[in-house]
Design a protein around this ligand. Structure first.
Ligand code: CU
Length: 155
């Protein structure tokens, strides 16, 4: 992604990783802002999906929705900070990174993400979803394995 000079490799890699994380956060936010400024999109009917996160569980309601415009309302019941990553489901368990504690997001087809929701905070993301099965999970260290994953089926 970036040219990494040998003398400053660690810092650049950290920056690159940070930029990667940032893009996960910024892209949905830009999409959200784009929607807010475009009347036709913001007033279009969309399906609300409520996602409740807590240590260590994710509940998706409803779990089955029609394809089209969707608004994810991600509510963190705490007590920890949680994030939410949404990917196309492959039908099997997502691959783990070498740390054994986090899912290898780069190996998956990500469709949306919410980064670091504070305890008792709420974040919203607008997406347009095609039919299929989607997996939603928190990728903070150990949280996926502790049970923080759920499924959304789009018809
Ligand atoms: Cu979490």
């Amino acid at each position: 992604m970036f040219f990494v000079p040998a003398s400053d490799g660690t810092r650049m890699r950290r920056l690159s990783s940070w930029l990667g994380r940032l893009s996960l956060v910024v892209l949905p936010v830009l999409f959200l802002v784009g929607c807010a400024e475009t009347d036709t999109v913001s007033r279009a009917p969309h399906t609300l999906v409520h996602i409740s996160e807590k240590d260590f569980r994710i509940v998706v309601e409803p779990g089955r929705i029609p394809a089209g415009d969707v608004e994810l309302v991600v509510r963190n019941q705490g007590p920890d900070t949680h994030e939410l990553i949404m990917v196309r489901s492959s039908g099997s368990q997502p691959p783990l990174r070498r740390d054994g504690l986090t899912v290898d997001e780069e190996a998956l087809h990500e469709v949306g993400a919410v980064d670091g929701v504070d305890p008792h905070g709420v974040q919203r993301v607008r997406l347009r979803l095609a039919p299929g099965r989607y997996e939603l999970f928190c990728n903070m260290a150990g949280h996926f394995m502790a049970g923080m994953h759920g499924e959304l089926v789009v018809d």
